[in-house]
Ligand binder design. Structure first.
Ligand SMILES: Cc1ncc(COP(=O)(O)O)c(C=O)c1O
Length: 362
């Protein structure tokens, strides 16, 4: 195994001890409140990480796409939820094959028009599909907007011989934009609404909210009323969780990008060998693509495909050839750009893991 100094850059590094601590920490909170953990694998896309989540006690996994679900099968997962509006009847054979290999496969039903398309897909699958109804709790993406629509959709599903309503899910991604002192109130309001909707339709149905910003508090406030949480980013963390929302301490960050300073073309500017093909174009609301893990006062503030622009008071102290450990703004899109990650222990490489779900967007 190469040492850290010998690794080619840019490389994506995963700190195994921190990853395991994050996986166990979220599981412990869920266990404490009697809530199942069904993590979204979109963040890590790796069988190795899914295995760790399941070994720690996760009840099942959540995926966005059929390809991600297929990629996670070697983890030994038996219960899987595809949280996306599937519509293509040509994908029926893949869904049928997935269902064969699982004890419990669930898919999303996200609106009344979507239910019509899903019904056609289910007809081609040739078996009854368990569905979770999406409820929009503030993100404004998929999901029923009001109770009347949810009640109509539920009665439509009750008449269907191919779709069976098993519960409700939401993704409270808008929490990334809320002030932390609003979290508890917004969670309480959201859970009251979800529970009242569920109880009007069938109190035995499951409620599965999902987001790393809110998951711990949702599990605590929703204990006894919700059945699962589905956070994604918590095993690694990123600037969204440490800097934008502050729900994760910096010391828990388990994924970094190792990059090299390759030029200092003018005072106050250094260039690194990692650009948007490593970090993606995502950035924090204050325009930062990445920050140094050691807290020095500079930031990656602009990207071209293979260049990162580093600016800030400490920039001139950087040396050409110096290696930087950087925390990305958004970890999920970083993982989707790399074939493998380098696993480290006490800061030194000990293994490499393949990103099996990389690019599995179909
Ligand atoms: C449907 C759904 N569930 C869960 C998650 C996980 O959210 P987070 O990455 O904030 O933990 C996402 C993230 O985009 C999502 O789209």
């Amino acid at each position: 195994m190469q040492t850290l100094a010998e690794l080619p850059t840019p490389s994506v590094l995963v700190d195994r001890a921190r990853l395991d601590a994050n996986v166990r920490g979220m599981q412990a909170i869920c266990d404490q409140h009697g809530v199942e953990l069904r993590p979204h694998i979109k963040t890590h896309k790796m069988v190795e990480v899914a295995r760790r989540q399941l070994a720690a006690g996760a009840r099942g996994l959540t995926c966005a796409k059929i390809g991600e679900a297929e990629a996670m099968l070697p983890s030994g997962v038996r219960s899987l939820f595809i949280a996306h509006s599937l519509v293509d009847p040509n994908q029926a054979p893949r869904l049928a094959a997935l269902a064969e290999r699982l004890d419990d496969l669930r898919v999303a039903v996200t609106s009344e028009p979507h239910a019509d398309a899903l019904e056609r897909l289910a007809q081609n699958v040739g078996r009854r599909l368990n569905v979770m109804m999406a409820v929009d709790t503030g993100l404004g993406r998929e999901g029923v907007r009001d109770d009347a629509t949810a009640l109509r959709l539920a009665s439509r599903l009750a008449r269907s011989s191919r779709l069976e309503l098993r519960g409700f899910y939401c993704h409270e991604g808008f929490f990334y934009g809320l002030a932390p002192d609003q979290y508890d109130l917004r969670i309480a309001t959201m859970l009251d609404r979800l529970c009242s909707l569920r109880d009007r339709i069938d109190p035995s149905l499951a409620l599965w909210p999902g987001c790393s910003v809110s998951a711990r508090r949702v599990a605590a406030i929703g204990a006894g009323r919700i059945q699962a949480v589905r956070p994604g980013a918590y095993p690694f963390g990123d600037l969204s969780l440490t800097r934008t929302t502050g729900v994760m301490p910096k010391e828990a960050l388990a994924l970094h990008v190792l990059a090299t300073v390759v030029d200092k073309p003018e005072s106050g500017l250094a260039l690194i060998d990692a650009g948007s093909k490593t970090f993606s174009s995502d950035r924090t609301p204050d325009g930062i693509h990445a920050l140094p893990a050691d807290g020095r006062d500079f930031a990656v503030v602009r990207l071209n495909e293979e260049h990162g622009y580093v600016r800030g008071p400490a920039t001139d102290s950087l040396e050409i050839g110096e290696r930087l450990l950087l925390v990305p703004a958004h970890v999920c899109t970083v993982i989707n750009l790399t074939d493998r990650v380098v696993v480290t222990e006490a800061g030194q490489p000990v293994d490499t893991w393949t990103v099996e779900g990389r690019g599995k967007t179909q």
